[in-house]
Ligand binder design. Structure first.
Ligand SMILES: [Fe+2]
Ligand SMILES: [Fe+2]
Length: 172
């Protein structure tokens, strides 16, 4: 027997799938801009992040499929990306992650309210993941803000964050 899901909760999960895909879209857009600006390191960091966001979307829809529930895919919003500099790109990323954290917390509240214990471990994982993502996007935003237009520091940071490696499949 597959466990069904409360309608309101399911709606939020489907929306969350969309938000994770939107996150990927934002990070891919940011990565493309960094490539245009010749910051290959930040472009690479952002591309890895975009791919992680795709994995996040997949975690949610896989959960529905495993419970024999049909997944709904919605339209993805065009990323609002018109940054002046690197600092602004990471400000957008940080604020977006704050918005996602809020959305995950609301999902958690709804799951508890509807007594859906099956989805709680997945949401706990996302709560922790969001702490990490807010932390790292804020860290980079802060450093870029401090660096201002110091090209030497910016190139150093570009190289430093460009070293980020893709996670192994099981860690995603
Ligand atoms: Fe995510
Ligand atoms: Fe994220």
């Amino acid at each position: 027997m597959h466990e069904q899901m409360n309608k309101e909760l399911l709606e939020l999960v489907n929306q969350q799938i969309n938000k994770e895909l939107e996150s990927a879209y934002i990070y891919f857009a940011a990565s493309a801009i960094c490539q245009n600006w010749q910051y290959r390191g930040f472009a690479s960091w952002l591309e890895i992040q975009a791919k992680e966001e795709l994995e996040h979307a997949k975690k949610f829809y896989q959960h529905l499929i495993d419970r024999n529930i049909a997944v709904e895919f919605y339209d993805i919003k065009k990323p609002k990306m018109n940054p002046k500099n690197l600092e602004e790109i990471f400000k957008i990323a940080y604020e977006h992650e704050q918005y996602i954290s809020k959305s995950i917390r609301e999902l958690g509240k709804k799951a508890e309210e509807k007594g859906d214990r099956a989805i709680i471990p997945l949401l706990d994982w996302f709560e922790e993941e969001q702490i990490e993502e807010e932390k790292i996007t804020y860290e980079i935003y802060y450093k870029l803000k401090e660096a201002k237009n110091d090209q030497q520091i910016l190139l150093f940071l570009d190289k430093y964050y460009g070293k980020r490696k893709e996670k192994e499949e099981e860690e995603k």
